[in-house]
Write a protein that binds this ligand. Structure first.
Ligand SMILES: [Zn+2]
Length: 450
C-alpha cells in the first residue's frame, strides 16, 4: 500500500490490446482504487471490486475474498463515505463472495443500513455444496496451488477452517434469467449465463454501454476446464461473449485483469475468447460424433495458431486441454472409453504386474529418467506413478517421482498444472520424510480462486 502507485489499469489495457503484446502481470492484486469514470472505480484485488457511485448509495460488483475483503473496504473508504446500497455477486466463488462480511461490518460500524446482496438463484445451492464438501474443497484448492492434500496433516477436517466462511452474506434477492434494478440515477440489468459456473451473472448498463463481466473476461485462458472442480460450460461461455457483443458493449469491467474500454478493443478481446472456445468445443464435439475416444481428442484438438499468443488468452491459470476434457465430460460422461478402465483393477495391482514384467522398480525408474532426458516428461510421469504405486516404500522410486514432477512443473504454464505437479512432487518428498508442506501453505492460503 506504500510507494508508487501502479499504472492506471485502462492505460495498461489499452497498450496491451492495441499492441497485442503481453506485459505482466495483467491480473494485478494491488489493492489500489483506480477511478475509471467520474462515478465508477475499481479496487484491483482477488477478485476486483467495482464500485458505482449512483448518488443514492454505492452499487458494488463482487466483494473480493475473505482475506482481501477488509483491505478492499478500506480502499473504498478512502474514496467515498457513501453507504453501499447493493452488492452484486457475479457468481458464488469464494474470491467473489468471501469479502462480503467486511462490507456488512463496514455498514454496521458506520451505522449504515446493511447492503443488499444480489445474485443468481443458484448461488445459495453453491454455498450449500461448499458446506457439504468443505474438506474436499480445502484439499483440492491446496493441491491446485501446489500444496499437499493430507487433511490430517493440515488440520482441515472436523472443526478446522471453512472453505466458505460463516460470515459470507447469503443473497437477499436472486434472479433466474434476468432482472433489473435502479439505484439513484442508474439502472442496471443482471443477465444469467453459464460459463465458468452455473450461477454466473453479468451486469449491463445500456445507457453507458457498460458490462460488468465477472469471470467471463479474466485476462487468462477461460477457466472452463479446471480438472478438480465441478462441470464448467465452455459452449455457453462463448455464447455469452457473443451476446455481450450483440447488445453493443463498449466497456468491459471484469473481476480479474484489466478494464476493456472502446468498442474495437471489446470486439478484439471478446471475439478472441469466443472464437477460441467455439473452436475447442466444436472440434471436440465433431470428434465425439465421429466416435473418437477422449485419448484421441485431447491429443488432437488445439487452439488455432493465430490465437495462441494473445495476452488475454494466456494459459496461465486454466488451459485448453482441460477445456476439451470438460466438453467430453459434459456430453460423454466419466468413462474414458478404455474397457479396462470401466471397472479397473486397483492401480497398485496393475503397477505390480508391470514391475514384475520389467524385472524391478529400478527398471521403471531408470526408464523414466531416460524419458525425462529425452524430453518426454508426459510419458515419464506414467512410469514413476507405476513405480511408486507398486512399491510406495521404495526410496528411489519416491525420489524419482519427485524429480520427474518438479521437471514437469517447470515445463508447464498453467497454475493448475503447476499446482498438481508440485503437489505430487511434495507428496513424494513427504513420503521420504522431508518437510513438504512448509512453503506451500502461504500459497494455499491465498488459494481461494474459482
Ligand atoms: Zn474469480
Amino acid at each position: 500500500m506504500s510507494g508508487q502507485r501502479s499504472m492506471h489499469p485502462v492505460d495498461v489495457a489499452n497498450r496491451v490490446i492495441d499492441s497485442g503484446m503481453a506485459e505482466s502481470p495483467h491480473n494485478r492484486v494491488t489493492h489500489e482504487l483506480s477511478v475509471i469514470e467520474d462515478d465508477v472505480a475499481v479496487i484491483e484485488s482477488f477478485s476486483h471490486c467495482w464500485v458505482v457511485d449512483t448518488g443514492e448509495g454505492l452499487v458494488c460488483w463482487d466483494a473480493s475474498g475473505v482475506q482481501s475483503g477488509p483491505t478492499v473496504v478500506a480502499a473504498l473508504r478512502q474514496w467515498t463515505d457513501r453507504p453501499v446500497h447493493s452488492l452484486v455477486y457475479t457468481h458464488g466463488h469464494v474470491d467473489h463472495v468471501g469479502g462480503s462480511g467486511a462490507f456488512v461490518a463496514d455498514a454496521q460500524g458506520r451505522g449504515d443500513p446493511r447492503p443488499r446482496f444480489l445474485a443468481h438463484e443458484a448461488v445459495p445451492a453453491r454455498f450449500e455444496r461448499y458446506r457439504a464438501t468443505n474438506g474436499w474443497n480445502l484439499a483440492i484448492n491446496r493441491r491446485q496451488f501446489g500444496g499437499i492434500r493430507n487433511p490430517a496433516k493440515l488440520g482441515i477436517g472436523g472443526d478446522g477452517p471453512r472453505f466458505l466462511t460463516d460470515d459470507v452474506a447469503e443473497p437477499d434477492e436472486t434472479f433466474r434469467d434476468h432482472m433489473s434494478f435502479t439505484v439513484g440515477d442508474r439502472t442496471f440489468e443482471l443477465r444469467h449465463a453459464r460459463g465458468e459456473t452455473d450461477d454466473h451473472a453479468w451486469g449491463w448498463d445500456a445507457e453507458r454501454r457498460t458490462a460488468w463481466t465477472g469471470d467471463f473476461t479474466s485476462w487468462v485462458f477461460p477457466n472452463a476446464g479446471n480438472p478438480q472442480k465441478v462441470q464448467r460450460y465452455p459452449i455457453e461461455w462463448a455464447a455469452a461473449m457473443r451476446d455481450m457483443l450483440a447488445v453493443g458493449v463498449e466497456r468491459v469491467y471484469p473481476a480479474h485483469g484489466l478494464p476493456i474500454v472502446g468498442r474495437q478493443r471489446v470486439e478484439i478481446v471478446l471475439g478472441d475468447i469466443a472464437e477460441a472456445l467455439e473452436h475447442l468445443t466444436g472440434r471436440t464435439l465433431d470428434l465425439m460424433n465421429e466416435g473418437a475416444s477422449i485419448d484421441e481428442i485431447i491429443h488432437t484438438v488445439r487452439v488455432p495458431d493465430h490465437l495462441a499468443d494473445r495476452p488475454w488468452l494466456a494459459p496461465q491459470y486454466d488451459e485448453p486441454e482441460f477445456v476439451v476434457r470438460n466438453v467430453y465430460r459434459q456430453f460423454g460422461g466419466w468413462w474414458d472409453g478404455n474397457a479396462a478402465n470401466l471397472k479397473p483393477a486397483p492401480e497398485a495391482a496393475v503397477a505390480a504386474e508391470v514391475v514384475g514384467l520389467a524385472g524391478s522398480v529400478e527398471a521403471l525408474v531408470d526408464r523414466a529418467q531416460a524419458l525425462v532426458e529425452a524430453g518426454d516428461v508426459r510419458l515419464a510421469c506414467h512410469l514413476v506413478e507405476m513405480a511408486v504405486a507398486a512399491e510406495p516404500e521404495h526410496e528411489g522410486a519416491q525420489r524419482a517421482r519427485a524429480d520427474v514432477y518438479w521437471h514437469r512443473r517447470a515445463a508447464e504454464r498453467s497454475l493448475m498444472s503447476k499446482g498438481v505437479y508440485a503437489a505430487a512432487a511434495r507428496e513424494s518428498e513427504d513420503a521420504l520424510g522431508e518437510d513438504a508442506a512448509g512453503d506451500s501453505i502461504a500459497a494455499s492460503i491465498r488459494g481461494s480462486l474459482g
